[in-house]
Design a protein around this ligand. Sequence first.
Ligand SMILES: NC(=O)C1=CN([C@@H]2O[C@H](COP(=O)(O)OP(=O)(O)OC[C@H]3O[C@@H](n4cnc5c(N)ncnc54)[C@H](OP(=O)(O)O)[C@@H]3O)[C@@H](O)[C@H]2O)C=CC1
Ligand SMILES: O=C([O-])CC(=O)C(=O)O
Length: 438
Amino acid sequence: MAVAELSSSYTKTSLHSSQLSFLSNRLSNPSRRIDLQPLPPTRNARVVCSVASIQVQAPVPVHAEDPKMKRECYGVFYVTYDLKAEEQTKTWKKMINIAVSGAAGMISNHLLFKLASGEVFGRDQPIALKLLGSERSFQALEGVAMELEDSLYPLLKEVSIGIDPYDVFQDAEWALLIGAKPRGPGMERADLLEINGKIFAEQGKALNAVASRNVKVIVVGNPCNTNALICLKNAPNIPAKNFHALTRLDENRAKCQLALKAGVFYDKVSNMTIWGNHSTTQVPDFLNGRIDGLPVEEVIKDTKWLEEDFTEKIQKRGGVLIKKWGRSSAASTSVSIVDAIRSLVTPTPEGDWFSSGVFTNGNPYGVAEELVFSMPCRSKGDGDYELVKDVIFDDYLLKRITKAEAELLAEKKCVAHLIGEGIAVCDLPEDTMLPGEM
Ligand SMILES: NC(=O)C1=CN([C@@H]2O[C@H](COP(=O)(O)OP(=O)(O)OC[C@H]3O[C@@H](n4cnc5c(N)ncnc54)[C@H](OP(=O)(O)O)[C@@H]3O)[C@@H](O)[C@H]2O)C=CC1
Ligand SMILES: O=C([O-])CC(=O)C(=O)O
């Protein structure tokens, strides 16, 4: 059907906009753009996109500052829906906007479906997914959006895809920053910091310009601590406290290994802190950890194993997994992102805590300020967190934490030009690895 015919039949028969979307997405010429007018919105209904934004080609990046341009929605998500129309949805919360970068990548391919299912934010929480890709990945991003369409998730009310962070991050209440260049063979850590640092500087600026003023940001793309620091430094109008670097996967890995050694199921392991950097200097803290409510060292009476085997196992778990799989962990990383979000939107169980890479300013442990460092956190479930005060230290733990701190201070010097601190001097003490690189 030609565009004009489709257009006139729409006017005559008042096709629902989702039907139009269906038709338009199946037009043979993929570069064609459909210019139709949407049905007028019903009372209480929300018009998701203007029909003019139905596109079967990669959209031209739209700068959010252009008020004439509306956001893009994909396929069936270009609909007029009414969150109050059905009995079931009357108790639903107000929809939230979740932006995801690297949305066509492996981690996202697991994560997006968890988000859409309701298992992360709750079965009464409708969501809009705003997916950021690039020219390189745009077709794959369309594939992701198509799979989301075909999954018929009731809570998933909008999906939009784009390649301009200033467009995609508009009004985002959560930003899950996953996209980053992986470190390739022969690439120095300094090169990776430079390439990915630029991505996170731009995304920080975009968040600062267009996201919700209280957006919560979880940086997954590596090296995630320093990327998170770059991002927050480029977003001065968003509280620095709102930025996290994902170290929850490391926490989960540590709980699993302690459970295995102790011969208990992993739900018995609690109070597990990962200190420092998501790299091989990270410190899984068995001094403060607990198994079945008891200090780890009272259950596992093998200090050598804890200090050497266990610690190294967690630091290098990602690399061992890559050797088995031929790619880095995607499913367990997505689970850990879910855990990280849920830890912020549900109250932390009494006496327990979780790990997250957060801004060090004001920390009670004496870690250098102006870093993103993994530390123990508790939340009331309101999206915010506080640092746990009642932790203990011994010489071993302090020495390890100091090493992680030195690494992050050195990484910070490499990206000084991206955080407004002058000229970068990149002299990393030793070329440590991401967990996945071993
Ligand atoms: N913190 C943690 O615990 C963990 C972090 N990670 C990290 O998460 C990130 C994503 O992992 P995963 O989803 O498996 O990776 P994939 O390679 O599957 O996807 C990464 C995405 O990053 C985007 N990207 C952005 N810039 C570049 C670039 N210059 N070159 C290539 N790709 C780029 C690509 O999307 P596009 O083209 O759309 O931009 C790509 O789809 C990686 O940095 C990885 O190291 C992984 C596991 C654990
Ligand atoms: O280096 C990677 O991409 C993988 C990684 O971070 C991990 O498995 O912890």
